[in-house]
Design a protein around this ligand. Structure first.
Ligand code: DI6
Ligand code: FE
Length: 412
């Protein structure tokens, strides 16, 4: 007996079609059924091909009335654990100050660092909770959470522990990333090389703690130069941790190529990435993670090189970049709409960006991101007539039911 069987469903499997088979958009299967047992998808296909009567096959049968099922949503880039907020900085920017000017004047990331250092684990947990709940309400079943507002071992580990605790107490898979090289902390003013040494010195303990699944850095003139990032990445490699990079967000420092050189899982932001950077990513297999929330909130006008990514066959993911300074966003569905309206991505590309390709950006492609037999039973049932409606509507949440890791966690 299967544990669960959905009938009368339409599936957006999001599997990459076999070109020879001329597979339908969204990898769609209409008039479909899908079965779950032991936390895995064990059967899916046209309902007419079920090997028996539904009631004889599963302990729980869920008639879907034609609703769509997608893979559970995956947000592969967030900074959702932090202290305080930056609403005052938002006002300053509206009065004319730029994000970079505020950062250089010691505001920006540094103000969040001060507030995060002052917060204890319980404070940070409580602050992150409503943000996490907002994501979960829209069908997010996997979320990545970065450190990077502690910038000292004790505070970085504190952030990572909070991230793990959020995952332990909620129906969501949390992937954590150590972002020690996010900004220069005030005690290292004018001594960036010394701070990079300090980040490298943190690496063995971060790795040994088991609190980090990957390592990230911010490669930018207001953060760290490529040579400095390369030193951090060497240390990550020595510690056996995969890397990813905030690359080419505000200027082209050739971050995408740097990420590719280190076999990064992903390079993220990428508004200023050159064609050479795109080619390097294509050759290395890195995922391009686009962050339309930050593009929107900073009123950026330089578009990421989408046509080049498409042409080179670089997989494109989307994420919220949830953070207090450049993307105070807690909706992954909103990112679908912004990716389409701002970047001219198609609704299908956008949905692949928060399922199949975001799984890959987290190194989880073998087990997550598509509806396929053998993959984790993370899925969302939507009150929609067509998958494009997920990207089309703004501020609307048609999430009907969520299964995470084989358990129904919303909309019993
Ligand atoms: N790029 C971003 O968009 C965030 N971090 C980064 O490296 C912004 C972080 C912040 O402003 O607090
Ligand atoms: Fe970010």
């Amino acid at each position: 007996m299967w544990d669960h069987l959905w009938t009368g469903a339409r599936l957006a499997t999001m599997t990459l079609g076999d070109a020879a088979n001329d597979s339908p958009p969204y990898g769609a299967i209409e008039g479909a059924a899908l079965a779950v047992a032991g936390g895995e998808i064990v059967w899916l296909g046209p309902e007419a091909e079920l090997p028996g009567a539904a009631e004889d096959l599963a302990k729980a049968v869920h008639p879907c009335d034609g609703r769509w099922i997608t893979p559970g949503l995956i947000d592969c880039h967030t900074h959702m654990v932090y202290g305080g907020d930056r609403a005052r900085e938002f006002e300053l920017r509206l009065e004319g100050a730029s994000y970079e000017e505020i950062a250089r004047a010691g505001g920006g990331i540094r103000s969040t660092v001060a507030q995060t250092r002052n917060a204890d684990e319980d404070d940070l947990y409580a602050a992150a909770l409503p943000r996490l709940r907002a994501f979960l309400a829209e069908g997010v079943t996997t979320i990545e959470i970065k450190s990077g507002y502690g910038l000292a071992l004790e505070h970085e580990l504190k952030m990572l522990r909070v991230a793990r605790r959020l995952g332990g107490n909620h129906p969501v898979t949390v992937k954590t990333t150590f972002l020690g090289a996010h900004a220069l902390p005030p005690e290292f003013d004018n001594r960036p090389e010394d701070y990079i040494d300090a980040v490298i010195a943190m690496m063995p303990e971060v790795a040994a703690s088991g609190l980090a699944d990957a390592v990230d850095a911010f490669c930018e003139r207001i953060a760290f130069y490529p040579e400095q990032v390369a030193r951090v990445f060497e240390a990550a490699r020595a510690a056996g941790l995969p890397v990813k990079l905030h690359a080419d967000q505000l200027s082209d420092l050739h971050g995408a190529a740097l990420a590719a050189r280190f076999g990064a899982l992903s390079a993220d932001h990428l508004e200023y990435t050159s064609v050479e950077g795109v080619r390097a990513m294509a050759a290395s297999g890195a995922v391009a993670v686009l962050l339309p929330g930050a593009f929107y909130f900073l009123r950026e006008t330089q578009l990421p090189p989408l046509a080049a990514f498409r042409e080179a066959g670089v997989p494109i993911a989307l994420a919220s970049d949830c953070n207090p300074g450049s993307s105070p966003v807690t909706s992954l569905l909103l990112m679908l709409n912004m990716a389409c309206t701002l970047f001219r991505m198609t609704p299908e590309e956008a949905l692949a960006g928060i399922t199949r390709n975001s799984a890959r950006a987290l190194g989880m492609a073998a087990s997550h991101g598509t509806l396929e037999v053998g993959k984790a039973a993370d899925l969302v049932l939507w009150d929609i007539d067509h998958p494009a409606q997920l990207a089309y509507a703004v501020g609307f949440n048609p999430c009907h039911q969520v299964m995470q890791d084989g358990k129904i966690v919303k909309g019993g």
